[in-house]
Design a protein around this ligand. Structure first.
Ligand code: CP
Ligand code: NVA
Length: 307
């Protein structure tokens, strides 16, 4: 049986810790230029229906550094769901490749792709979630704080794909997770309810200052995600007061790190001052995408008896 990674909850709590430990090990190996090549003679198909910098570069470079070859298939190459059905793309790509990573709009399409692909499929972001990002994020939190015990994470902004993956993570690792969104921009109600029945303490409010109180981590993301850029002007008005700036960071009452999945719209959801502060770990997060994803791919290949 092949294994996919489409949601954080596809891994158990123990498996998430296993992946974080593996990421740490693979990171050390890459930094030491260790000739570790688990993906030698393998290829990864990367399907992008949306733009990307970090996801493309981290998957392509990571797969190559571990001995394999990665192919970039952009929006005009495959036309997934348009030129060819999602199911047929899944069936075909696995005849050439050992793994598929896809960044798609509709979440049901990644689920369908994985259903028809005979090789492992990794979710590189959908409108609903971004699990590889949040594995890299929690890995970065553990590196920065030294432990994940009793952490409080505050998310300020839009109730989007990033928050959904944090809510899924909260079902696996106990934490205090506070969300402050403008009214009408809450995360998915079903997922929120599910997260509230899990091991974490979940707070949803509409006041950024309330959410960040006692937070170890303050996290934000763009106010208009890919596919919503035409709403950017209207959102700019609705999100007034939700910018992460020095005043908000100073109000936590403790030493707090700042995180952003990037790309950031500097001066909109976050100021330059916060992005470039000594407490900002945004570029560690970006680098850790590669190490976290390498660990995820090694685990999927191993669990699928491919390496
Ligand atoms: N954080 C992230 O996924 O960045 P890209 O959209 O550039 O891939
Ligand atoms: N919420 C953002 C994340 C980008 C990595 C988007 O979907 O555009």
């Amino acid at each position: 049986m092949k294994r996919d990674f489409l949601h954080i909850t596809d891994f158990s709590s123990e498996e998430i810790i296993e992946v974080l430990d593996l990421a740490s090990d693979v990171k050390q190996k890459l930094h030491a230029r260790d000739p570790y090549k688990p993906f030698s003679n393998m290829s990864l198909a990367m399907v992008f229906a949306k733009p990307s910098a970090r996801t493309r570069v981290s998957f392509e470079t990571g797969f190559f550094r571990l001995g394999g070859h990665a192919l970039f298939l952009g929006p005009n190459d495959i036309g997934i769901g348009k030129r060819e059905s999602v199911a047929d793309v899944g069936r075909v790509l696995c005849r050439f490749n050992d793994m598929i990573m896809a960044r798609l709009f509709d979440h049901s399409h990644i689920v369908e792709l994985a259903k028809y692909a005979s090789c492992p499929v990794v979710n590189g972001l959908t409108d609903f979630n971004h699990p590889c990002q949040i594995i890299a994020d929690i890995f970065s939190v553990r590196e920065a704080l030294g432990s994940l015990d009793d952490i409080k994470v505050a998310y300020i902004g839009d109730g989007n794909n990033i928050v959904h993956s944090w809510l899924n993570l909260s079902l696996r690792l106990p934490m205090r997770f506070s969300i402050a969104c403008p009214e009408g921009y809450n995360p998915d109600a079903d997922l929120l309810e599910k997260a509230r029945s899990g091991p974490s303490e979940i707070e949803l409010c509409h006041d950024p200052f309330q959410a960040v109180k006692d937070a170890d981590v303050v996290y934000t993301d763009v106010w208009a995600s890919m596919g919503q850029k035409e709403e950017a002007g209207q959102r700019m008005k609705r999100f007034e007061g939700f910018q992460v700036n020095s005043d908000l960071m100073e109000s936590t009452g403790k030493k707090t790190i700042f995180m952003h999945c990037l790309p950031a719209e500097r001066g909109v959801e976050v100021t330059d001052e916060v992005c470039d502060a000594s407490y900002s770990i945004i570029f560690d997060q970006a680098e850790n995408r590669m190490h976290a994803q390498n660990a995820i791919m090694i685990k999927l290949m191993a669990d699928s008896n491919m390496i």
